[in-house]
Design a protein around this ligand. Sequence first.
Ligand SMILES: Cc1cc2nc3c(=O)[nH]c(=O)nc-3n(C[C@H](O)[C@H](O)[C@H](O)COP(=O)(O)OP(=O)(O)OC[C@H]3O[C@@H](n4cnc5c(N)ncnc54)[C@H](O)[C@@H]3O)c2cc1C
Length: 319
Amino acid sequence: MSPPAQSPKANQSPKAKTLQSWLTGPRVGALPSLTAMPAPLLSFEFFPPRTEALEAQLWSCVKRLEPLRPRFVSVTYGAGGTTQARTHATVTRILRETSLTPAAHLTCVGATRDEVDEVARGYWEAGVRHIVALRGDPPAGQAGYEPHPGGYAYAADLVAGLKRIGDFEISVAAYPEVHPTATSPDDDLDNLKRKIDAGATRAITQYFFDAPTFLRFIDRAHAAGITVPIVPGILPVTNFGQVAKFSAMCGAKVPDWMARLFDGLEEDAETRRMVAAVVAAEQVRLLQANGVDEFHFYTLNRPDLTYAIAHILGARPQG
Ligand SMILES: Cc1cc2nc3c(=O)[nH]c(=O)nc-3n(C[C@H](O)[C@H](O)[C@H](O)COP(=O)(O)OP(=O)(O)OC[C@H]3O[C@@H](n4cnc5c(N)ncnc54)[C@H](O)[C@@H]3O)c2cc1C
């Protein structure tokens, strides 16, 4: 019996197929050599620890990243102002015990203007000169955001209030994929512009995973007349399941290719970390190749991935 007839394609060896795809597929230019790129400016975000064990983890993270000489490091403020004292303690300890420049996150939620102003004055008196000014999210259990009666309603109001207290350097949030409650992408950009007009000099973005989404956002922001630096927020992902859940709430898209990359690694933390490093490294290199020279890392108080990715970008410890 003769063998069934095969199509010419099925006859090809895998090698020939690869060659054919290469010859006929789209060409992608190589990423520029790292030696041609200056090391980028960096900033790192931490959260204030809740327990002694987490406190130790935070400080070992701070110490590990300190030699990379970031432009600043920022400390988050819990939903509803729940970490006010811990944020303050962490920021002032960074100021006292390290060579780093801290930035304190501050939100409008659950406090009057006077109360927020008092926190800001406390920072100014302690020598803290950089605030990341945010509206904040409602505390757990509360459905939507309601401005506090007598409080700053939105981040733009907070920025203006801070500028009345001291000449703080102020960073604000930006959303390449649009804030979930914004009525339209243009309204969201108008809001960003209001925050800058009120005195902010830098925007830090919500994390995102698709580099072109960020690059398109930068184009739109420039077209809208925004000229302050817009720094991409980079989240190295180790716990994919958790990030997928959180992303659904904050409006960051998780691309299908990413779900596929982490598929089957739920019980394999080591491989997940290696995959996470590759995903984040690809993302930042692509941004760097497109002229992005400043990066903000959401460290989640874990230094290793951030350190490795910063290294790939050309950052080296300095004495
Ligand atoms: C870099 C970064 C750091 C963050 N750190 C923290 C943190 O430490 N603690 C924390 O709780 N959260 C933090 N967040 C989350 C942030 O608080 C939420 O995303 C929040 O929902 C919006 O904050 P915002 O400052 O962007 O708000 P805003 O800029 O005030 O805008 C939020 C929404 O309100 C709408 N809006 C603005 N002004 C008006 C107006 N006058 N009338 C009606 N609608 C209006 C806007 O269109 C927008 O959709 C951070 C986010 C980022 C990107």
